[in-house]
Design a binder for this molecule. Structure first.
Ligand code: GLU
Length: 277
């Protein structure tokens, strides 16, 4: 008899667990209201870069992420949730950021992501929070002076998969071959080991690489416009509006300019004054 009760108990427990599991699974990412859930949990989960100096980079000594986007995400979190609001940072790459958002692993992407009409079919963006432009990084003394010099058969341009920088190459240097790496740390390693003639992505990211690698320089100016937006899932209008509201407040109260000065004020070749809001 005792055994029977025990079996029944286990059975009920299993049934209960199944019910609660299906209840969770029943609510898809698209149906959950992210702002409400984050306010309840007092936490926003951000997808950020961990391989991109100046924007989001992991300090190998402390294990902490540092950069303009990390600071901006922290400030926005406090604006939205209050001074005790917490953030979780999940490292993303150019290739993993949208799938991670779609799967509900992160609430928002703040990771050097350009607002493009193609991406707007999949995600929603806030207003732009940083105006970048695509450029080139080469070894000092390289004969390459602009994107035009790379538009020849035999030239190899390095980039990162999932970035629209690699797509833009097809437009601006269609004759070159593009070699796609999985993140910017690997792309820089590939440039150093001469697997390509130039590395292409946004100017701010390249300035971060040049600061770390003084034998390399950013050349040719910007050949595209890359406005960065924070991406959220579709059907999260409340969350997106709140992010826009927080961004505007930080722009008005001087926090945005303070962070811009902290990260870009002393970067050689970077026009900090022009970027102020
Ligand atoms: N802004 C470009 C993009 O969104 C390049 C930077 C990146 O790979 O994140 O694709």
């Amino acid at each position: 008899m005792r055994k029977l009760w025990h079996l029944l108990g286990v059975g009920c427990l299993a049934a209960l667990m199944l019910v609660s599991l299906t209840a969770c699974a029943g609510k898809s990412v698209a149906q959950q209201d992210v702002l409400t859930a984050d306010q309840k949990a007092n936490r926003i989960t951000w997808g950020v870069k961990a391989d991109t100096r100046l924007f989001g980079l992991e300090d190998i000594k402390t294990g902490r992420l540092e950069g303009f986007e990390i600071d901006l995400a922290k400030a926005m979190t406090k604006e939205i949730l209050g001074p005790n609001g917490k953030c979780t940072f999940v490292p993303v790459t150019s290739g993993t950021r949208v799938p991670l958002l779609k799967n509900g692993n992160i609430d928002a992407i703040m990771a050097t992501m350009t607002i493009t009409p193609e991406r707007e079919k999949q995600v929603d963006f806030t207003h732009s929070y940083f105006d970048a432009g695509q450029s080139l990084l080469v070894k000092k003394g390289s004969p390459i002076k602009s994107i035009k010099d790379l538009n020849k058969p035999g030239e190899v341009i390095l980039g990162v998969s999932g970035s629209n920088s690699v797509k833009n190459v097809a437009k601006y240097a269609p004759k070159a071959r593009v070699l796609q790496l999985s993140d910017y740390a690997q792309a820089m390693t590939a440039l150093k080991s001469k697997q390509g003639d130039a590395l292409t992505t946004d100017n701010g990211i390249l300035y971060g690489m040049a600061a770390e690698n003084p034998n390399y320089e950013v050349i040719g100016g910007n050949f595209t416009k890359e406005p960065y937006g924070i991406a959220v899932n579709k059907n999260q209008a409340r969350f997106r509006n709140k992010l826009n509201w927080a961004l505007e407040r930080l722009e008005k109260n001087g926090t945005y300019n303070r962070l811009l000065l902290k990260w870009f004020g002393h970067v050689k070749g970077f026009n900090y004054q022009e970027m102020k809001r």
